[in-house]
Design a binder for this molecule. Structure first.
Ligand SMILES: [Zn+2]
Length: 122
């Protein structure tokens, strides 16, 4: 007896032992380590492809998580999402900061605003 819909529809209602055997078979299928190893491998591969997409979108962690959680749907979302802001370098410590940040997240130095961030007032 295999765990599928055919076995369920052909189940004899007068034989409770058959239902019990089907339930045990389905439980064994769901707790099979091979199934879980494949699920983990699939998740890791999806995360790696997501990270590869994220490398070009400047958002490796975001796109790796999307790939791991949603698989190919996450890849599509990653491809459709806009790229993150390009990185700039702090003038004080030289570490990477997001373009448009007001302060360096590493040393706290005040960064000069980019021309796009200036609103024309003041
Ligand atoms: Zn700095």
């Amino acid at each position: 007896m295999t765990c599928d819909f055919a076995a369920l529809t052909n189940l004899d209602p007068a034989d409770p032992d058959a239902a019990q055997r089907l339930l045990e078979q389905c439980t064994a299928t769901l707790t099979d380590p091979t199934l879980w190893i494949w699920a983990i491998v699939f998740t890791v591969v999806c995360a790696a492809v997501g990270a590869l997409i994220g490398k070009y979108k400047n958002a490796v962690a975001r796109d790796a998580l999307l790939g791991a959680a949603l698989g190919p749907i996450g890849w599509a979302i990653s491809l459709l999402l806009p790229a993150r802001k390009p990185l700039a370098k702090c003038i004080a410590c030289g570490k990477p900061v997001d373009a448009g940040d007001k302060h360096c997240r590493h040393c706290g130095a005040t960064l000069s605003p980019s021309p796009a961030a200036v609103r024309g007032r003041g």
